[in-house]
Design a binder for this molecule. Structure first.
Ligand code: CMC
Length: 436
């Protein structure tokens, strides 16, 4: 980061001395006021729950311009990556900063492919869960448990260990998600097959059985690969910040990523794709397009507690570029599978049309986000709703790992330790139980 000539001055109405802070500039985006010395100089903290105005770290991986609706991975627009690259190239880019050439891509593919199998013992761990457990509950456990199965790559000060654990996480997530699905269906696990692509292999592990192999459909494979690309990273979102904070204690990468999986599960974050599809199905069951107006009234009524899932974003105050690409993919997949008249897609388009014209959404700059259409694509592919967030976790793993690695590689990183505005009781004496 570059020191700006500009400085920030904080003054106080009680006449105490103003304090000056340095301002730093990134390559693009808002400058930051460096308030690290604020407490030392004034005895005060800043107060910013929800991080509305706080840059929690310096990063060179992903950039979002929320007003423009722009998303860049290492400088490359998401629209170009989605069309010209596959998920493996995108992963290499996020991890290494540059797109791979053909030899680098082949080498990376090889490394990932040869780490897709999981320790045979992991299935016995998985079998301890109830068959009806939520996939994200299982995934949180399985990813954390990887530290036990792969403890030979948990020395975070060793770059080689960090590399191997990154490859292991990226390679094994599809296997674990597919195993979670198979377990819920009471079907045998399907082992990875090395001559398939990353995404083709995942589809086969999901949908093949020992009695019948699965022929990977090109359109479906490309669509799922695009879902992975679009979800691969998103700068300092809640789960990534969780991974960084958890990892800042020096814990192993599997534990840090498991924390990210747990955070992603929530409906305000990755869980929105599941919640969005459930919402669409519920509107459909209650009368479909004819009832959209009624549903929108509920959404606008703050007392109802109903939100239009898949809409709104903390950073995007314009169309989420991922949602545009996802809508395109949605049309392609539905057409390829002969589902052009899918009622949920029609319903989603109608909800979007009404919302984009409604002053409630216009004034608040609420646009469709990535989750609005991703569920419809996944459902068409045959992925059950309860697995949507696990698919998101699979794709976001590379982003989490890249961000974690960026933090650990920085010699200046410190354990994250926010402070608070304390509003509880001040010191008081314990009264013995009989007198309370
Ligand atoms: N439906 C109805 N009203 C909404 C919605 C929505 N989906 N999103 C925001 N609002 C309203 C909100 O009530 C508030 O209104 P007011 O100013 O009158 O109080 C205003 O818009 C600002 O909302 P906020 O909750 O203060 O904004 P935030 O930045 O804290 O929350 C969000 C962002 C994504 C959590 C929120 O928009 C939301 O809950 N959306 C639905 C869930 C969703 O789709 N999440 C996926 C996000 S993208 C994928 C990912 O990153 O995981």
């Amino acid at each position: 980061m570059k020191l700006s000539e500009k400085k920030a001055t904080l003054s106080f109405s009680d006449g105490s001395n103003p304090v000056e802070f340095p301002v730093y500039q990134g390559t693009v985006g808002p400058d930051v006021v460096d308030i690290r010395k604020l407490y030392g100089q004034t005895g005060m903290f800043t107060y910013d729950p929800g991080f509305m105005s706080t840059a929690s770290c310096e990063s060179a991986i992903t950039y979002i311009d929320g007003d423009k609706g722009q998303l860049l991975y290492r400088g490359y627009p998401i629209e170009q990556l989605a069309v010209n690259c596959d998920f493996m190239e995108t992963s290499y880019l996020l991890l290494n900063g540059e797109l791979p050439n053909a030899a680098q891509k082949a080498d990376f593919n090889h490394q990932v492919t040869y780490h897709t199998m999981v320790n045979e013992q992991m299935q016995f761990f998985l079998r301890g869960f109830r068959r009806d457990a939520h996939p994200m509950a299982i995934m949180t456990g399985l990813v954390g448990a990887m530290a036990a199965f792969y403890h030979d790559s948990t020395d975070i000060t060793n770059p080689e260990h960090r590399h191997i654990s990154a490859i292991r996480l990226i390679a094994k997530m599809p296997t674990l998600v597919a195993m979670t699905y198979k377990y819920s269906q009471g079907q045998p696990f399907i082992y990875p097959q090395n001559d398939l692509s990353y995404t083709g292999n995942f589809l086969r592990m999901m949908f093949a059985t020992p009695c019948e192999d699965y022929k990977v459909n090109d359109v479906v494979e490309r669509a799922l690969d695009r879902i992975f690309i679009l979800h691969a990273d998103h700068e300092q979102n809640a789960s990534t910040s969780t991974v960084r904070l958890c990892g800042s204690s020096g814990t192993n990468p599997f534990a840090a990523i498991a924390a990210g999986v747990a955070c992603l599960w929530g409906p305000a974050h990755g869980g929105a794709n599941e919640a969005c599809l459930n919402m669409l199905e519920q509107i459909q069951a209650n009368g479909g397009i004819a009832k959209v107006g009624e549903f929108m009234e509920q959404v606008k009524d703050k007392e109802s507690g109903v939100r239009l899932m898949g809409f709104g974003h903390r950073v995007y105050k314009n169309y989420d570029p991922r949602a545009k690409l996802m809508q395109e993919t949605c049309k392609e997949v539905l057409t390829a599978l002969g589902l052009e008249n899918d009622p949920l897609f029609k319903l989603a388009m109608e909800l979007e049309r009404i919302a984009l014209e409604d002053p409630y959404f216009v004034e608040r700059k609420l646009y469709p986000n990535v989750d609005f259409y991703s569920g419809i694509v996944q459902r068409a592919i045959g992925i059950p709703t309860s697995l949507f967030t696990a698919i998101f976790a699979l794709a976001r793993t590379v982003g989490w790992v890249a961000q974690w690695n960026e933090m650990i590689s920085d010699p200046a990183y410190k354990i994250g330790r926010p402070r608070q505005l304390f509003t509880g009781d001040t010191a008081r004496d314990v009264v013995e139980i009989a007198k309370r």
